[in-house]
Design a protein around this ligand. Sequence first.
Ligand code: GLY
Length: 256
Amino acid sequence: MFKNVIVRKPSKNMVEGITSAPELGKPDYKLALKQHEDYINALKSCGVEVTKLEEDDRYPDSCFVEDVAVLTRKCAIITNPGALSRKGEEKEIIETIKKFYKEDKIEYIKGSATLEGGDVMMVGDHFYVGLSDRTNKEGINQFISILKKYGLTGSAVEMKEFLHLKTGVAYLENNNMLVSGEFVDHPDFKKYNKIVIDEEDQYSANSIWVNDKVLVPKGYEKTKKAIENAGYEVIVVDTSEYRKLDGGLSCLSLRF
Ligand code: GLY
């Protein structure tokens, strides 16, 4: 179960955030702020305490706070973003992480190693890490060495299609996993009960489990029904403005 969540208010510069889908247009900042508040309320309804950080104008993508740290039950790992415009963002989370973890339990991805939290999927004490354009082999090696120190394990996941690992796969606990695209038949996820997301609904693979409820993006009725049929209470959250920046429900928070 998660007790805490950290989010960062989007800055007005979010409209300059990285996107692979410029055809969707620039985000509407006012609407994005409203959606962020709705997201926080949805999280609170799952019984977590939400820490909301101030906006940071220097980093257009800084509301996607998931990418700058990985928070486990034994340690916190400050990442090293692979996207140039996001380098340095990770330093801005450290003071907050110190409120939740002792300094000797805070680790760092260093040097030329890159890793973004969107590429890390926690399944109990095991962490799958996508080898993506943002996370390199060295990043994964450093990450797995850190996990080992704490009795945790990790493994690299080969991938080609998605921005981040969790763009296309989500673990919903109880051995249930949402899978889409290249992850539907991925050998690493063979042992899970797979809920397969249709090609046209791929964005909804980025749903999140929070204390036995599942937050699902608005507009994906089939995904919502499939998750409900698997026994979960679903909360629908509109993320249209974040989608324009390749962002989704998981990217917007650190849950621990
Ligand atoms: N726009 C989110 C990201 O690319 O990191």
